[in-house]
Design a protein around this ligand. Structure first.
Ligand code: SF4
Length: 505
């Protein structure tokens, strides 16, 4: 914080006071405060604040820099508060100049908030509607407990303390509901059965041994004898693979980014010890995640694995051509505030061309260079046609795709390399199978190597074809460059093979 900021900061309210005021933001306004707050909010929405009130909103000490959770984009926002007599109400939400999501370029963190406070960046209408979410009269701000039979939709409010007590200790929690007088609910305390990490590890190792054993029944009996003192902590001692009772706590969440997600994983996984922590992403976005993961997989231990980068994003700030398929750039898609900031100025200046492929004429289509109203269900054919055209007209980057290993990429001044020229075995049904190994055609024997954990294994070379001759290749080799021909469909020693690029032709 600069000297200027320090001076003014000394006059500002303390963090404790600020948090006390901020407490009103969570929809917890008392009836006496409600009238005051509602009047302010109405006048703010109508643009009828007095100049004095407007001035309050640009004071740094009245601004909360935080993150919008109205959608999964998580834009940086600044919430402007009006404070009076120890009360505070959020009146306006704008983009946070410190946030790279909504500000390009963003303000350095070294700049004092006192110098930045008059600067507002844009956010989408949904983000601005966060005020309505915060003060929605129907917002649930208390713990609701079922008061009637299931489905009767009758609820009672209980205190947080009571809720925690009941969730942790369990008991006859619904004795007030006819028919459930004696129903005992298990509390987390009871499910938190296995607490000793050493014993947990020993039992987990034992389960691995059962999995590896050929005589499972015998292995389970041995396990039960060895861990007799702790079998009570298991869900089912006859099925140790189900794990400890701790696994009966299932933690499911929606969207969580780094920070919140890490905290939850640590609490439920590392501390409580349940394996049942499940994020939202199963089918949803799976195609993106798994494709991206596959794109960054490396040849380790004779297979392509360990894709470390599962989330790739287009570079809207530098792209010259954007093909948008099934993503509504100006409505959503990570998200309007972020995308528009990067896309719209370049679109307006003619620096990027945008083609929108969508059955619906969406907002992005209205601003696109070209709109393709595709028929639903024909996306696959559309992409197959594009790939075909690119290959037929040699519009691919052959120099890059020919690099079969790290050494070749280095020579070509490429940061990465691909599997485009590697040979893949083709089955009798014409379908692609595994990559051809050099030892399968007597080209190069397997080699004894050690994996990162120091365990010895038989390394298998892969194969490319160069000017009619197969060449063995180690994709991770940094010393001997290997390049391959890209469009190959042939037979080697009775094995049908195609290059990876040929397969997509
Ligand atoms: S795109 Fe809009 S709703 Fe989503 S996080 Fe950003 S401001 Fe909030």
């Amino acid at each position: 914080m600069g000297g200027n900021g320090e001076n003014r900061s000394s006059k500002a309210l303390s963090r404790r006071d600020f948090i006390k005021c901020s407490g009103l933001l969570g929809g917890a306004l008392l009836a006496s405060q409600m009238e005051w707050a509602t009047d302010l909010m109405r006048r703010a929405e109508a643009g009828l604040l007095t100049p004095e009130e407007e001035y309050e909103l640009i004071k740094a000490e009245n601004i909360l820099h935080t993150v919008c959770l109205q959608c999964n984009t998580g834009c940086g926002i600044k919430v402007k508060l009006f404070r009076k007599n120890g009360q505070a109400v959020a009146l306006k939400i704008d983009g946070n100049p410190y946030s790279p999501f909504v500000s390009l370029p963003h303000t350095s963190y070294r700049v004092s908030p006192f110098d930045v406070s008059p600067v507002d960046m844009g956010i989408c209408p949904k983000g601005q509607a966060g005020i309505q979410t915060a003060y929605d009269p129907y917002r649930v701000t208390k713990v609701l407990k079922r008061a009637g039979r299931r489905g009767e939709n009758r609820w009672m409010t209980i205190s947080f303390d009571q809720a925690i007590d009941e969730i942790v200790n369990g008991g006859r929690l619904f004795s007030h509901v006819p028919g459930e007088e004696n129903r005992v609910i298990t509390g987390l305390k009871e499910i938190y059965a296995l607490r000793d990490p050493k014993i947990a590890k020993e039992m987990a190792d034992g389960v691995k041994r059962i999995a590896a054993s050929k005589d499972k029944k015998k292995a389970v009996e041995e396990f039960k004898t060895k861990h007799a003192a702790n079998l009570h902590s298991l869900i089912d001692p006859d099925h140790p693979d189900l794990g400890p009772k701790n696994n009966q706590l299932v933690y499911m969440w929606g969207r969580k980014k780094g920070g919140r997600g890490d905290f939850a994983a640590r609490f439920f996984g590392d501390y409580f010890g349940t394996v049942n922590t499940h994020g939202h992403t199963t089918v949803c976005q799976g195609s993106l995640y798994f494709t991206c993961k596959a794109m960054s997989e490396q040849y380790v231990g004779n297979k392509f694995t360990g894709g470390a980068k599962f989330y790739w994003q287009g570079d809207f700030e530098n792209a010259e051509y954007i093909l948008s398929v099934g993503s509504n750039l100006f409505d959503a898609n990570y998200g309007p505030s972020n995308r528009n900031l990067r896309l719209v100025p370049r679109l307006a200046e003619g620096k990027v061309k945008l083609t929108v492929v969508d059955p619906r004429f969406n907002k992005a289509a209205a601003k696109a260079t070209r709109y393709l109203p595709i028929r639903p269900g024909t996306d696959g054919a559309f992409f197959a046609a594009i790939i075909r055209w690119i290959i037929d007209h040699q519009k691919y980057d052959g120099k890059y795709l020919a690099c079969a290993n790290k050494a070749a990429a280095k020579v070509a001044h490429e940061p990465t390399w691909s599997n485009a020229c590697l040979l893949v075995k083709i089955g009798k049904d014409g379908m692609p199978g595994k990559f051809l190994r050099a030892h399968e055609i007597g080209l190069a024997p397997v080699e004894k190597r050690k994996d990162p954990a120091g365990v010895e294994y038989d390394f298998e070379y892969l194969v490319v074809m160069k000017e009619g001759k197969p060449i063995a290749v180690d994709p991770n080799d940094e010393k001997t460059p290997v390049v391959g021909d890209l469009l190959i469909s042939t037979e080697i020693q009775g094995i049908q093979v195609k290059t990876a690029l040929q397969i997509v032709y």
